[in-house]
Write a protein that binds this ligand. Structure first.
Ligand SMILES: Cc1cc2nc3c(=O)[nH]c(=O)nc-3n(C[C@H](O)[C@H](O)[C@H](O)COP(=O)(O)OP(=O)(O)OC[C@H]3O[C@@H](n4cnc5c(N)ncnc54)[C@H](O)[C@@H]3O)c2cc1C
Length: 385
């Protein structure tokens, strides 16, 4: 997908002041890349002194690859990662569902690649445009008037700085300081149980190019190959590693974490000259693999709106909110519904899941809808209302 033509020729000298991007996760990096390609000056800061090294999101979906195609990043993701060929569902020691993505998807296949590598490739593309993430720089306060946004930044050496920006994009994650500064509510709910996560060596005959889902008596299991015999395992049962499918045996652990799943959506996606994107605007369960991908899509739409806003059409900031909030709300709802069904509790829902879900997925329309959600192709990508 080619980037839409921006018309930055009409920017006055005053608005050559850089647009401020807060947060250099995938959402902020992607926004910086899209904007700089269209001639918008950007400044991107991140509180962390080093880039992330944890794998987190493992799946780059076809929608993100379509968006990143014109920037050379998709080709590098495809070259470095692997094509995910299918999804297999296991229950009671046997395969109950097997989906062949090559046959079902009429798009590029999703690519398996650790989020840290996706971020590194975005960063390299940005550096090639002469833009470097300013690390160890934390946004502390934000205020705006009709003309500009004023932020205070704290640097790692303890120094503070007050700077002005014509627009700010808050891509600073689930605990977003930008969202707090705007007083925007982040309503939703959380599942009570902790989910455990491992990146570990696995001795297994499971197909490495497929995502594996386990329907186990006390919960849900997710397995996906990361690289060189290291797999991601996620589960919400009491002892997920004791219930691995097939002949799988857990080995050396490389990374272990625990998290709670919440489904939340920001009440507003923009206020005046400031907008939110990615986890700052929405969070949901990793089932469906949408978090990082939805952030990249927010960044794409924001960039298109911000090019016009920088040229004086400030109403495009509100249009960004109108374009993204309904789409992101629907994705959060869908992912929440699938997660509630698949998590395997309470007992009545588990019975439904174990007995009806595998049969339902065999029905073409149900399977199609699930795969569209996983691919990010469940809605048109619009940059104008
Ligand atoms: C275990 C796990 C598995 C996941 N699996 C998937 C998956 O398969 N597919 C998928 O699409 N998603 C997945 N996700 C979700 C995905 O990781 C997130 O949705 C994604 O990282 C969001 O990107 P972001 O850029 O919006 O926010 P973040 O990645 O959270 O980045 C925000 C950045 O802002 C910085 N920051 C925060 N506050 C400030 C401040 N005040 N000033 C300056 N900088 C600040 C932070 O240091 C951080 O670098 C998973 C997440 C987890 C935890």
């Amino acid at each position: 997908m080619d980037p839409p033509d921006g018309d930055v020729r009409h920017m006055s000298a005053a608005i050559r002041t850089p647009l401020m991007i807060v947060g250099a996760g995938p959402t902020g990096l992607a926004a910086a890349l899209f904007l700089s390609r269209r001639g918008v000056p950007v400044r991107i800061i991140d509180a962390a002194t080093q880039p992330t090294t944890t794998s987190k999101a493992l799946l780059v979906n076809p929608r993100s690859l379509e968006i990143l195609g014109a920037y050379g990043v998709a080709a590098r993701i495809i070259a470095e990662g692997y094509e995910v060929m299918g999804v297999t569902m296991h229950r009671g020691g046997r395969e109950v569902v097997s989906i062949d993505l090559q046959r079902e998807l009429r798009s590029q296949l999703p690519i398996g690649l650790a989020q840290a590598r996706t971020e590194a490739l975005l960063t390299e593309a940005l550096q090639a445009k002469g833009i470097h993430v300013e690390r160890g720089v934390t946004l502390q306060t934000l205020q705006q008037d009709a003309e500009q946004v004023t932020v205070t930044l704290q640097h790692a050496d303890g120094g503070t700085q007050t700077v002005q920006a014509p627009l700010v994009f808050g891509a600073d994650g689930a605990r977003s300081a930008v969202r707090h500064a705007l007083g925007i509510d982040f309503a939703g709910d959380a599942l009570p149980e902790p989910w455990q996560l491992w990146d570990l060596r696995l001795r297994t005959s499971l197909d490495r190019q497929r995502v594996h889902i386990g329907l186990v008596p006390d919960g849900f299991l997710f397995l996906m190959h990361l690289q060189a015999g290291v797999w991601r395992v996620i589960g919400n049962g009491a002892d997920p590693l004791a219930q691995l499918p097939g002949d799988s045996v857990a080995g050396e652990v490389q990374w272990q974490s625990q998290f709670h799943i919440a489904h939340r959506l920001a009440d507003k996606f923009s206020v005046g000259r400031v907008a939110l994107g990615g986890d700052a605007a929405h969070i949901h369960s990793p089932l469906g693999a949408r978090g990082m991908n939805l952030g990249i899509e927010d960044a794409w739409v924001f960039a298109d709106c911000a090019v016009d806003a920088m040229a004086g059409k400030l109403e495009r900031m509100q249009e960004y909110a109108e374009l993204r909030q309904p789409v992101d709300r629907q994705v959060v709802r869908n992912v929440a519904a699938v997660t509630r069904l698949m998590r395997g509790r309470p007992t009545a829902l588990r019975w439904l899941r174990d007995n009806l879900a595998p049969q339902a997925i065999k029905l073409a329309p149900v399977r199609h809808r699930l795969l569209q959600t996983m691919s990010g192709l469940d809605h048109p990508l619009r940059t104008r209302c």
